[in-house]
Design a protein around this ligand. Structure first.
Ligand code: AMP
Length: 369
């Protein structure tokens, strides 16, 4: 990952891939042109790298020149008008190949056609290293295309973000999500996850998602999801993975601008952990850590029975349901310890003590991430 100005970018197209794409372009163009001596016209600034690498590989005699895109701001109040300048050479009767680093909307290409309209060239062909088909809004033919890319902002290999990044030999794509702290708060029922999450979300400006709370909210409002979840929850069993995963994805989507999340009660199975990694990956982010509150079983049972006296939760009222939830936790969920340990992201924290003491222990882990 790299940072240019205020933004983070991730590796996208390697120098080797670029090199191979240029080889193909050279091969196609030289085959089409035969012994004709073409004039390659690079569009500055972006295409300086492409033009240089391309002509070094071109196997036959050729000429090289550049034109430059210049902005004239303020001609019309809010419009930024771009003009190509610098075409001084007489190109009458010549075969001209435009070398573009990237074609997205096609605005520059319209400019190319405008300035070549009155040049009596023999042929005008367009070659571009990168092409964004989803962004392209013009009808001009693209004769040679190196690599098609999605409509995302890229830098490197001549392309810049506010003037930085042109020098990079490979191409990077902007990260969708700039920087997030995503915590999985873990621990058996009654370990104090909910209480600690309240403190941590304030302290680190995170969004707290408790899957248990979301299910309970749905049950209270008698939604279809609530009805479905209730039968499992009342027994202390886990709600099926796909139902839970879909619900979690929706909760994360609702908070697209978050600094990060505290996941509480999720993931609880291997499938959920994998789904969470995929979800984070789709946001160009990752789980930063799993922090587990470690509390002895008998302490848990006593805490939950006490909570049941006031919480009104059916699954807190009965000792055998409580024990089933704890057993469920160790049976299905404790394997997640291995999942996150394998990624060096597991942190166990002693969950016995005062609320403040435990918050401090958790903060020490987060501050060290
Ligand atoms: P909790 O409030 O986290 O103790 O969750 C209460 C109940 O909600 C659990 O016993 C499950 O029935 C259900 N539940 C909460 N989170 C999940 C999850 N990640 N996967 C499956 N079921 C869940």
């Amino acid at each position: 990952m790299i940072k240019l100005h205020d933004k983070y970018f991730k590796p996208f197209i390697s120098a080797e891939q670029i090199d191979m794409a240029i080889d193909t372009l050279v091969e196609e163009i030289s085959t089409d042109l035969g012994d004709e001596v073409p004039v390659f016209v690079g569009i500055l600034n972006g295409s300086f790298m492409l033009t240089s690498d391309f002509v070094k590989k071109y196997p036959k005699p050729c000429e090289v020149t550049f034109i430059k895109l210049a902005s004239y701001e303020g001609l019309k109040s809010s419009e930024d008008i771009q003009r190509l300048i610098g075409l001084t050479q007489d190109l009458t009767g010549r075969t001209v190949i435009i070398l573009e680093d990237i074609i997205d909307t096609g605005k520059t290409l319209a400019e190319v056609h405008r300035i070549f309209k009155n040049e009596k060239v023999k042929t005008l062909k367009i070659a571009t290293l990168f092409y964004k088909p989803e962004a392209y809004k013009k009808d001009f033919k693209l004769h040679y295309v190196g690599i098609e890319i999605p409509n995302k902002f890229i830098v490197g290999y001549g392309l810049d973000y506010d003037n930085l990044g042109r020098d990079l030999p490979e191409v990077y794509q902007i990260k969708e999500t700039q920087h997030m702290t995503n915590l999985v708060l873990f621990g058996p029922p009654g370990a104090g996850k909910g209480t600690q999450a309240e403190f941590l979300k304030e302290k680190y400006h995170l969004v707290h998602i408790s899957t248990g709370d979301v299910f309970r909210y749905n049950i209270k409002n008698e939604t279809a999801l609530g009805m479905l979840a209730k039968s499992y929850m009342d027994k202390g069993d886990l709600v099926p993975d796909q139902v839970t995963i879909d619900m979690l994805n929706a909760e994360v989507e609702k908070n697209a601008d978050a600094n990060g999340f505290i996941f509480d009660g999720f993931p609880r199975t291997d499938a959920q952990a994998k789904a969470l990694d995929e979800l984070m990956d789709s946001k160009d982010s990752a789980i930063s850590a799993m922090i587990a509150l470690e509390v002895d079983d008998e302490v848990l049972v006593q805490r939950l029975l006490k909570r049941g006296e006031t919480s009104g939760r059916a699954d807190d009222a009965d000792e055998s349901i409580i024990r089933n939830r704890i057993t469920e936790y160790y049976k299905k969920t404790a394997i997640l310890k291995d999942y996150y340990s394998a990624q060096d992201k597991y942190f166990g924290v002693d969950g016995v003590g005062s609320i403040e003491e435990i918050t401090e222990r958790l903060s020490a882990v987060i501050d060290n991430l």
